[in-house]
Write a protein that binds this ligand. Sequence first.
Ligand SMILES: [Zn+2]
Length: 263
Amino acid sequence: MLELTQANYHSIAANREYLSRSQYRGFVHECEAKEMAKLSGDWVDVPTTAQEVGQYVHSWNAGTQNEFRATHPNMFTKANTLRADYLVANTMIDCLQDDPFAMSYLDGEKETILTAELYGAPWKIMMNVQNIRSRRMVDLMTTRSILGKVWDEAVHGYVSFIELAKAPLKAAIYAEVERIALGRAAGDWSEFMIVAVSKEKYPDKAVINLTNPTRLAAELAAVEAAMPRIIALKAGLEEPIRCERCDYCRSTKVLSEVIQYFE
Ligand SMILES: [Zn+2]
């Protein structure tokens, strides 16, 4: 197996060998065809401005801002300050930095990697914060708004940013992989918390506890049920289904018939 490091964690080689929360989400909740194209190197997601703002805030938490500047020159001016489109990231960082309570939850090991065998495949996780003494994992989340509800097409309803981002699924996968990797008994899960900060002009912030064994078990049951299909897709034994809605499907669409508008 590939020895995972922070440098190769997001590589195609690592994603071929290991499942991750984001890859699982791609297969089950987005588009199988796009996810397979990523694994073959035929597709790379281009981050939006909002996503890049989030990535910069994460690099602050990880203590890797200098490396981030070097790999994202599009975000910085010649004077090495953030361009106007991204300036809110500094406000968000200040918002957290000025709050000792929020900062206390960001205290711990940063970007630690663990792997474990789960439902027939090796999985990898990288925790934003791992506090071993408190047996707690903390995920830093950036969002448009903490209190606002957002439309979720999949459930045809308004949901919190927590549900839209499938944070309970992430909490379940991370808690289970961490438990297995550290050799604890079934059901002996660590705490999973979120430190959230919004991208508003005056950012909102919250510390949210997602530890819930009932929800966690339900999320894991869904993962277990979805795994045979994902394993078969990654092994090339089944054809991925195109969603015909995502960026990848639109960019590879080949027309072969007329849409009958009046039928
Ligand atoms: Zn698609």
